[in-house]
Ligand binder design. Structure first.
Ligand SMILES: [Zn+2]
Length: 216
């Protein structure tokens, strides 16, 4: 089962991916994470990527496709991937289709988290991520408490690209480039729309129901 989590930046894809990974033995693919690893390791590709992201732009399709190609060839995670925030445009979606088929895998479903722009701004600006355990918190919606987080607070940080100007830019790109993908998957009967403004637990319950109905 390969799943695509779809939705604007800040829709809560990362949070849902976290629970799906935990409960369905899936492996999360976030191109953001893959890119950040390259940047952190200061590879030549990483340096190139950093200058692009610093401008609020997105990495080229070629860079992304190369990263995805590598993951799909990895037998350890065969047919249990969850794509978080990828594909981001129609070209990437078509390329992913080819790569998936070439590796004898399938896309089981595309889950679209629907959220409006106002909520997105609040979500992203309040977001804090734990670099140790991967949990995502939000000062407005799901603040850190002693009950929900055990790591040292020093691991909690904001992503450098989580600022208003970058978000506005990314949202515009999402509307123009990413949203058209929905039709591509709708035509393949893979699309499931979920109310992304509901509570995190309720969203998860709905998603879990969809996945379970596909599995059986
Ligand atoms: Zn943590």
């Amino acid at each position: 089962m390969n799943i695509i989590l779809f939705g604007p930046p800040g829709a809560g894809k990362g949070t849902q991916a976290y629970y799906l990974v935990k409960n369905f033995n899936l492996y999360k693919i976030s191109t953001g994470d893959l890119l950040r690893i390259e940047i952190k390791n200061k590879t030549s590709l990483g340096k190139k990527i950093k200058s692009i992201i610093d401008k609020g732009l997105l990495a080229s399709d070629k860079i992304i496709n190369d990263l995805i190609k590598k993951i799909l060839a990895n037998k350890k995670v065969n047919n249990r991937l969850i794509f978080d925030g990828y594909p981001r445009n129609l070209n990437q979606a078509k390329e992913l289709d080819l790569l998936i088929k070439r590796n004898n895998q399938t896309i089981s479903c595309v889950l679209s988290l629907d959220v409006d722009k106002k909520s997105i701004l609040k979500r992203i600006l309040g977001r804090k991520i734990c670099s140790k355990c991967g949990l995502i918190f939000n000062v407005y919606f799901s603040p850190v408490t002693k009950k929900n987080h055990n790591c040292d607070p020093k691991f909690l940080h904001k992503r450098p690209d989580d600022n208003k100007k970058t978000i506005e830019k990314r949202y515009k790109t999402y509307i123009n480039k990413t949203l058209p993908i929905l039709n591509f998957y709708k035509e393949q009967n893979l699309l499931h729309r979920v109310n992304g403004k509901a509570k995190i637990d309720d969203i998860y319950k709905e998603i879990r129901g969809i996945i379970t109905s596909i599995e059986t």
